[in-house]
Design a protein around this ligand. Structure first.
Ligand code: PLP
Length: 425
């Protein structure tokens, strides 16, 4: 019956057989992913029990949101999960960029300097920091910025970092995921070593980790390895696909508090901010997040192995250990990127009938093609892919709320590549 369903969806027998062959070699990898999910599930469950999550926590609040039991308890649950003193988890945080901007601008003051010791940050942060001039950037408020590149082998340039830290350096931003770059994603262990080095230079440095796409991929989070703040988006891993919007900032109490005074208002901080109707989805999404992340991770590992051996550049490769859910495949031609995205779109539960086309997008210097048939707009914990139509013609993809869906989407993408005549199985 499953065979017939794949056939109906347009996946040929030879593509399906190739997929099954690849899967046989991944049993041990998948078992490890399941073990991590098991630990993280128990971690989330304990956090909910320890903080006495009750039915009353699922009720909505309105207006000022004073005494919002669900919101306040959820923030304690996040603090327990990340092993931090405090957390800010709000639907009012519009996206990951907003969460990072709030954490930065809440904790930096005129005359302070921000350091990125891991090279260029995520594109949207360039405008937050003012690397690219932008209205309201940190640069406009007199916050300076310094950046130290990674060494060619991907390791930290400790000597250059030591000389970059100066009397003005107040905060450090460390991006865990590679984002849309070709460098490797940082493991929690590597991040821990970097933070230990920085805190030896100055224990007062606020080390913030952009944790986007990294949550629940490992058993430890950067906050277990010394980060003063961890920040992320709820329409990625920790929202479990159910959160309709939002972001989180978890860490030391004084730094989370300063972020809260920036998010709402000086004097108000965490006391206000109605959760509206979001509490049930935030709780349930967090509860599902460990297994949803595991599904996405299996999809990424499956894709890397499925596409390996056809001459494409695969990052990370089929064997490498994973520290985020992103997979990049470089096709070397626009047809590959387009066919891949059309496959992902064709396998979506929403808008499966539309055909993605490369198009000019604000902030990009080339046409971009995007595939996303998501229940939540732009949600990238749901199966999604995009790529700029320029050399080296790479597609970046991530997500999958369930492993069977991730598998189906990747087989569909593979099928479209076969149909486009780029490979034969
Ligand atoms: C997604 C992401 C962000 C934030 O992006 P939004 O689209 O604003 O949510 C920041 N950093 C990294 C590494 C990301 O992956």
């Amino acid at each position: 019956m499953t065979d017939q369903m794949y056939k109906k969806l347009g996946i040929s027998e030879s593509v399906r057989n190739h997929g099954e062959r690849v899967l046989k070699s991944l049993e041990e990898r998948f078992r490890k992913i399941d073990e991590t999910a098991e630990y993280n599930q128990l971690k989330v469950l304990s956090a909910m029990q320890d903080n006495r999550v009750s039915e009353a926590c699922l009720h909505p609040s309105t207006g000022y949101g004073y005494n919002d039991l669900g919101r306040d308890t959820l923030e304690r649950v996040y603090a327990s999960v990340f092993h931090t003193e405090d957390a800010l988890v709000r639907p009012l945080i519009a996206c990951g960029t907003h969460a990072l901007a709030v954490a930065l601008s809440g904790n930096l003051r005129p005359g302070d300097e921000l350091l990125s010791p891991v090279g260029k940050p995520y594109d949207t942060l360039e405008e937050v920091i003012g690397i690219r001039p932008s209205t309201g950037s940190l640069a406009e408020y007199g916050v300076t910025y310094r950046q130290v590149e990674l060494l060619p082998d991907g390791n930290f340039d400790y000597e250059a970092i030591r000389s970059a830290v100066n009397k003005k350096t107040r905060m450090v931003t460390i991006q865990r995921s590679k984002g849309y770059q070709t460098r490797k994603t940082l493991s929690v262990k590597q991040i821990g070593e970097l933070i230990r080095f920085l805190h030896e230079i100055n224990p007062e440095l606020i080390c913030m980790v952009d944790n986007c796409y990294g949550e629940f991929v490992e058993e430890l989070e950067p906050s277990d390895a010394g980060a003063d703040l961890v920040v992320g988006s709820l329409i990625k891993n920790p929202g479990g696909g159910l959160a309709p919007s939002g972001g989180y900032i978890a860490g030391k109490k004084k730094y989370v508090e300063r972020a809260a005074f920036r998010l709402t208002s000086p004097g108000l901080g965490k006391e206000v901010g109605a959760s509206l109707q979001t509490n049930p989805a935030f709780y349930q999404g967090l509860f599902l997040a460990p297994t949803v992340t595991a599904a996405a991770l299996k999809g990424a590992v499956f894709a890397a192995n499925l596409f390996e051996g056809y001459g494409f550049d695969i990052v990370p490769d089929g064997k490498e250990s994973r520290h985020d859910i992103i997979q990049a495949i470089t096709f070397g031609c626009p047809e590959g990127v387009i066919a891949f995205c059309r496959g992902i779109q064709a396998a979506a539960p929403v808008d499966s009938f539309v055909t993605p086309e490369p198009w000019a997008m604000p902030g990009y210097d080339a046409d971009v093609i995007m595939a996303a048939g998501a229940f939540v707009q732009g949600s990238s914990i749901e199966l999604s892919a995009d790529g700029p139509i320029k050399p080296p013609y790479s597609v970046f993809f991530q997500g999958g709320l369930t492993w069977p869906h991730a598998k189906c989407g990747i087989l569909m993408a593979f099928q479209k590549i076969v149909d486009a005549g780029l490979i034969t199985v």
